[in-house]
Design a protein around this ligand. Structure first.
Ligand code: ATR
Length: 291
């Protein structure tokens, strides 16, 4: 008998004719860790269900969603490049999706309606809290980047009472974000390192520092930081980016991107499979095994 790495410990997945179904729509989608994570939870809880990767071209997105509904799926995650299209397609948006202007989780209701949620930002905040890294009341956060990830993290932090500033290589995008999220400050890209002393939290929401990204060695100066600064990165490959290594070197508290990935997945799992899944060391190990 061929021995699989987890054949001794992991329960088998149950997939009967009544299995609950969900998946992730993306193009490409082969890089997604969501199937490994959701199927791990399905096995762990003994739930009759399956979660599959769904490679769908942008021009086929709506047809694919309607097809999944027709095939009895409970819903789906949505990743690049479909997050805005999913927002437009949903019949109902929860407040997080309205603020993020994007949807990463679709729930197909029994009456045919499609509900859209954005769980990236709340996943980031949940990850921060799970690590015991609470910000002071009316704390201040600086976000690097002004893309979709920055928008959802900024909105979730603002919802928690944090004063948020963004800085971006292309200032125009930061200005656009500030118009969409009232109260958001914009800091010029050339000035953020020197002004770091005024913040309690720094979050890299760009792909800088990511393996295979535009600049895997990205390592700005943190010299102006106060000792209380928490440095977070939403990049999770590598687990410790050069930015996080530099922060740790300076004795600052750090948070990697894996926790956000795990926590953003919980809400969808609960909606589709009826169980609030736990994020613990075993869950993390199951996901890192797939990295
Ligand atoms: P997402 O929606 O996942 O956040 P995105 O919209 O492509 O992805 O945003 C990527 C972010 O990384 C942007 O803030 C981008 O800055 P620009 O708006 O100036 O393009 C930032 N980024 C990417 N490569 C960069 C680089 N070499 N230097 C600085 N910022 C970079």
């Amino acid at each position: 008998m061929t021995k699989t790495p987890d054949s001794d410990s992991a329960p088998l997945q149950i997939i009967t004719g009544k299995a609950r179904l969900a998946g992730v729509l993306g193009w490409p989608v082969s890089h997604s860790r969501s199937p490994a994570l959701h199927n791990y939870w399905l096995r762990r809880y003994g739930i009759d269900g399956a979660y599959v990767p769904l490679p769908v071209r942008p021009d086929q997105f709506e047809a694919a969603v309607r097809g999944l509904q027709a095939a009895g799926f409970r819903g789906a995650n949505v990743t690049i490049p479909h997050k805005e299209a999913a927002c437009a397609l949903a019949d109902e948006l929860d407040p997080s999706a309205q603020r993020a202007g994007a949807v990463n989780t679709l729930v197909f209701e029994a009456d045919g309606r499609i509900r859209g949620l954005s769980t990236d930002g709340s996943g980031f905040v949940a990850s921060l809290e799970a690590s015991g890294l609470r910000l002071p009341a009316s704390g201040r956060a600086l976000l690097l980047g002004a893309g979709g990830a920055a928008r959802s993290v900024a909105a979730a932090l603002q919802d928690g009472g944090v004063q948020v500033a963004v800085t971006n290589r292309t200032q125009e995008r930061a200005d656009t974000l500030a118009r969409l999220l009232p109260g958001l400050e914009v800091v010029p890209w050339a000035e953020w390192e020197a002004g770091l002393g005024g913040y309690d939290l720094l979050v890299n929401t760009t792909s800088l520092g990511m393996e295979g990204g535009p600049d895997p060695l990205f390592c700005p100066s943190l010299k102006a930081a106060s000792q209380a600064l928490v440095v977070a990165d939403i990049v999770y490959v590598p687990r410790q980016t050069p930015l996080l290594a530099e922060a740790a070197q300076q004795g600052l508290k750090t948070l990697g991107g894996l926790g956000m990935l795990l926590h953003q997945a919980r809400l969808g799992f609960r909606e589709w499979f009826g169980q609030d899944p736990v994020v613990d060391a075993q869950t993390e190990a199951a996901l890192t095994a797939s990295l």
